[in-house]
Ligand binder design. Sequence first.
Ligand code: CDP
Ligand code: MG
Length: 836
Amino acid sequence: ILPFGLLGEVDAHFRAYLSQKSINGRCLSENSRSSSSGSISTDEGLYEQQEPQVQSIAMQRILQRRSLLLREKQQDWQESPEGQKMLELRRSLPSYKERDALLKTISQNQVVVVSGETGCGKTTQLPQYILESEIEAVRGAACSVICTQPRRISAMSVSERVAAERGEQLGESVGYKVRLEGMRGRDTRLLFCTTGILLRRLLVDRNLKGVTHVIVDEIHERGMNEDFLLIVLKDLLPRRPDLRLILMSATLNAELFSSYFGGAPMLHIPGFTYPVRAHFLEHILEMTGYRLTSYNQIDDYGQEQKWKMQKQAQTLRKRKSQIASAVEDALEAADFREYSFRTRESLSCWNPDAIGFNLIEHVLCHIVNKERPGAVLVFMTGWDDINSLKDQLQAHPLLGDPSKVLLLACHGSMASSEQRLIFDRPEGGVRKIVLATNMAETSITINDAVFVVDCGKAKETSYDALNNTPCLLPSWISKASARQRRGRAGRVQPGECYHLYPRCVYDAFADYQLPELLRTPLQSLCLQIKSLQLGSISEFLSSALQPPEPLSVKNAVEYLQIIGALDENENLTVLGRNLSMLPVEPKLGKMLILGSIFNCLDPVMTVVAGLSARDPFMMPFDKKDLAESAKAQFSARSYSDHLALVRAYDGWKDAERHQAGYEYCWKNFLSAQTLKAIDSLRRQFFFLLKDTGLVDSSAENCNKWSRDEHLVRAVICAGLFPGICSVVNKEKSITLKTMEDGQVLLYSSSVNGGVPKIPYPWLVFNEKVKVNSVFLRDSTAVSDSVLLLFGGNISRGGLDGHLKMLGGYLEFFMKPAVANTYLSLKQEMDELIQKK
Ligand code: CDP
Ligand code: MG
């Protein structure tokens, strides 16, 4: 009886808690999601209602007067000496020649697709042309232009630039709005915002009342938010015949977007770039005289790379056989030893411990010493490797010398003061080196770049629908991206581009990157569709530009049902609604919610932050044993990588308080950088949960039961289910099995990897990776009762579904004892239902 009673209690508690803590209506309109890998993001902030509708003649007069004022102000600026200078500068941009044609086409068509070389003036000029022409026609006060950007940093920097071009402060006629921040005033007529902000607005204002123009920028990137927004806007256009939609992209694929909107007219802004010479790895090694060392590690490493390439070929084959065979051909063609030998460096450049950094350092030295003046733009995969590389370069006698080199980082989370430096030209023969993510491919233009160093990778989420496994890993870029990166070197004079991979790898790249919608798990997106009340998920997604595979949609819906975010009829549950407000994957959101319900949020936030960031446990190639035993100490028989992380983090926080953080990290093979990232994520989670009303300021949620590791384990299980495998301890070994894959293995870096026995019947895991066998990365051991009570869906209509599903697992794994408990519970419940 006890488990049944307890189960009922958990369920009741859960529901009572959620309905009491989240104030439903408020949550939906005020709170938010923000960008996180692979999840749809809607940025924070209640979008205030726009200007009231024109209601009376008096109102029209007021509008007229305000429009006249706006025109007067614009004319004053344009006639001033500074304004003249600015106009001259703006008129030198290629987009200026097309100004009239653009405005005419926009006025005559509801949808227009505009393409043009990066830097030709799409983002800063086109929205301004519209605004200016409306102001000139004395309609200024009645117009409202919204221009979306995929990244918050571009929304902020572009709005600042446009305001300056108009001789204004931000928040006058030009403003911006991104998650948690914004600057706009009563007279703001041109608003730059993230795509997520516009999606959020559509939640409360389905017809975009008062908006006259929507400009969706950087659509060629095919981000999930942008593709999603296009479906919603396509649906909206017939209801708002006066609304104008302008799609802007780099010089790619304009036809695709045009035909999606029934053959919308396309306008191309011709641009000019100087030729750029491409050097591939073979040539770079020769040219710079770089020598690779230590043959003995190559075989291991080569083998691992070969698996990775084969895995990539496999995934590609499912997408498009022709690319897959190209990768395979590349593998065949190159003698693999030679191949791995040559690419070793470039393939590993995302790893802070890898020698890849040395090659980049070497190439940079070569440029600084031997090449003509000009800024260098280095494309890296993400802010963490940018930071590590920057640390390494700063310690270099030449590259770290500020009288010779100005070293800058350019990524989504940099400060705006640093941002401005990127556009400046340093004085006195100092060479500017900018380490950037792929945002410098199209959304930011560094005019004086003459040299580009391209590591060939970008961090992208990918998703394998067949194995139902998502991953966020640096992966090869497309040919289009490589070309785009190369083009960045030819803005002001002929340039050079160093591709740190062999030609054969380039030849195997896909032509274009797959849209995010087709390469990420759709769970968060499906939650979003439901919370925006857009009807049937599969129907909605089938009208996308390139609809995702039905199997991916089915997997996502099933997953959401299993974890209890959707009910059998695909309706959002209370849990689902709460999850849709958290900017993390549903499984992580569920952990956060349960962590606050069970008052053990502190360790749970660490676990969730650890799962969203990279692993802080470092495993250097040559000191693997030492590193593994350091990690094992943290685990101390907890049989949990996640709890080991909690302990490592807590220890680091303690050490930090005594200014001993770095020594602590050094001794324990931990990355201080990642721990800091975890720290900041934890803070963000806390504020978010506070915002949604899930935690109160008493901090009881955080700590009351934090020391109870059984409870924390249970919450981890609730989040990671159905990522579960059974443990069978044999005499000398352990056999692990999952339902989908059969036998699986553990990575040796897991604390459960080398142990002779795991005294628990189950492991829950976050991620599995298929190489030649299926490997589990991080895992936590759990007991039968924890699985029974926390695995799966406890908030969904009664216990029946929950037990039925769990029963399936238990029967499959033939755990008779648990199956019996389950059966008696089920029987008892049936009887109860009968009685009712
Ligand atoms: O959007 P698109 O790539 O077509 O060009 P843009 O971002 O509108 O930039 C037009 C020009 O303005 C480029 O030459 C940029 O270098 C310059 N710009 C700038 O100087 N400062 C900024 N904050 C943004 C753009
Ligand atoms: Mg642009």
